[in-house]
Ligand binder design. Sequence first.
Ligand SMILES: Nc1nc2c(ncn2[C@@H]2O[C@H](COP(=O)(O)OP(=O)(O)OP(=O)(O)O)[C@@H](O)[C@H]2O)c(=O)[nH]1
Length: 605
Amino acid sequence: MASLPSTDISRIRNFSIIAHIDHGKSTLADRLIQATGGLTAREMSEQVLDNMEIEKERGITIKAQTVRLDYRAQDGLDYVLNLMDTPGHVDFAYEVSRSLAACEGALLVVDAAQGVEAQTLANVYQSIEHDHEIVPVINKIDLPSAEPERVKAQIEEVIGLDASNAVLASAKSGIGIGDVLEAIVTRIPAPKGDATAPLKAMLVDSWYDAYLGVVILVRIIDGVLKKGMQIKFMAGDSVHLTDRVGAFRPKIEQRGELGPGEIGFITAQIKEVAQARVGDTITDAKRPANAALPGFKEVQPVVFCGLFPTDAADFEKLRESIYKLKLNDASFSFEMETSAALGFGFRCGFLGLLHLEIIQERLSREYDLDLITTAPSVVYEVHLNNGEMLELHNPADMPDPVAIDHIKEPWIEAVIFVPDEYLGSVLKLCQDRRGIQKNLTYVGGRAQLTYELPLNEVVFDFYDRLKSISRGYASFDYHQIGHREGDLVKMTVLVNSELVDALSMIVHRDAAEARGRHMCERMKDLIPRHLFKIPIQAAIGGRVIARETIAALRKDVTAKCYGGDISRKRKLLDKQKEGKKRMRQYGSVEIPQEAFIAALRMGDA
Ligand SMILES: Nc1nc2c(ncn2[C@@H]2O[C@H](COP(=O)(O)OP(=O)(O)OP(=O)(O)O)[C@@H](O)[C@H]2O)c(=O)[nH]1
């Protein structure tokens, strides 16, 4: 088995499937695997490509995966089809881009009932940038609400792509699958490459596997990658010995070598995915290529937040779990953080909000941790009077305002598709979030909106708000467009004149008062009354911008017991003591942990 040779390049077709979330990418992938005999019906579990538990549950694709399929076409020849599954979400844009760079073509899956959506557009433009041959596949034609002709017209109008020979399919009912396979062979070009040149392979993806260690997905550009070869990572500048070379069918198949145009995996006894960075070029250590492939980029986290265990005793467990997660996710970063309110925890960096949610969910589910997340923050550029620039990830590290010349914040360009009737509310939402409208066009009863927005206004709950005001019909995608100067201030919250660090946030000056007022009102409801009056204040620097007061009260839990039942009294007192353990002391004020959790969960104030 391990001596399988590389494949004739003219018989290889490398393609990805691009689609908006839920348009049926995974279902189509499964069908193609089934139709080419990659798995028997019995082995076929639903959606084999989405192999992480969370992916299945949320129905989203996180990590790119590739499957090698054998297909005998109508011309009687045998072809190797490498199907690359790409993550559909904007947070993983760089991974999408690398996967696309490994292919010559793409199937553009569009839901026959829903039509073109924001992510369809974002992904198809990327695919066009990679010079792909794009085959439109109009999926879900089995639905009574399917309108394939309208969707074809829309593809031509919105994307500018010829859809006259789009394949009509239903991945669910198995209609048109043969046509999809033929279109792949006849319309997507074979790769090009030189088998005699020094090895040049793109590192498309890497992940940690409990049995195999770090597994690396590669696309061979030139040369031949063999088992037992000394390979060199050109950007990572490290040398490794390959111990396995193979492909996923989708089960692992070991092969002797991979030649030009092929996509497959290698293992090389690498311990951490951070050593095998997506986008790096792999070459032969003994006969290296003279230049690396273009476009290697270190991905930088764009959203940060604090993660703290609800129960301080779980800190060690959180630390271990975070280290384990990092083994498999090089794009996630963390450092220790301490907070007077929340104790020991970690400041973590993510590629975006979905990435944050996924990590948070994996920690709570796979590692059984109950966590508190502080409000997400973006990365600010703080320009000081002395000419220095600081990257600020945490509001707590904000320098003294007198030392600051100006602050810059990241901006994004967002594309939103929304049915006409919700347009007004969406425009208002964007306007409220300091958006700048760039474009507005109509395509068949739907508005396509382009807005520039500060990322800081989007990280709280923009997406949730957008979904709720459009009853789920709006779709949204964005990319970063750089930092711009903004009138930003650090707002702090004081309880009985003591600073509550976990509640500090950076806000635009115009929004500060409303946020401050909301936060004070909220904390007023959350903090139990004490024997004395407690002022709650929101402040910018020394200036108080909002204030609430909690009235004094004598809390007597035993009052209800009329002196009678002593054991009942004891029980109540014990219960109160239990409650106390979860309190945090602020000067003379005790704030229940739940108050922080509730205050931090409220999202946008
Ligand atoms: N009626 C009908 N439903 C389909 C068809 N193809 C997929 N679906 C359903 O549409 C939903 C989404 O399909 P997926 O294949 O998970 O979509 P996806 O594009 O992979 O979604 P992400 O992985 O989140 O990007 C599932 O409930 C499928 O069963 C089809 O041809 N007809």
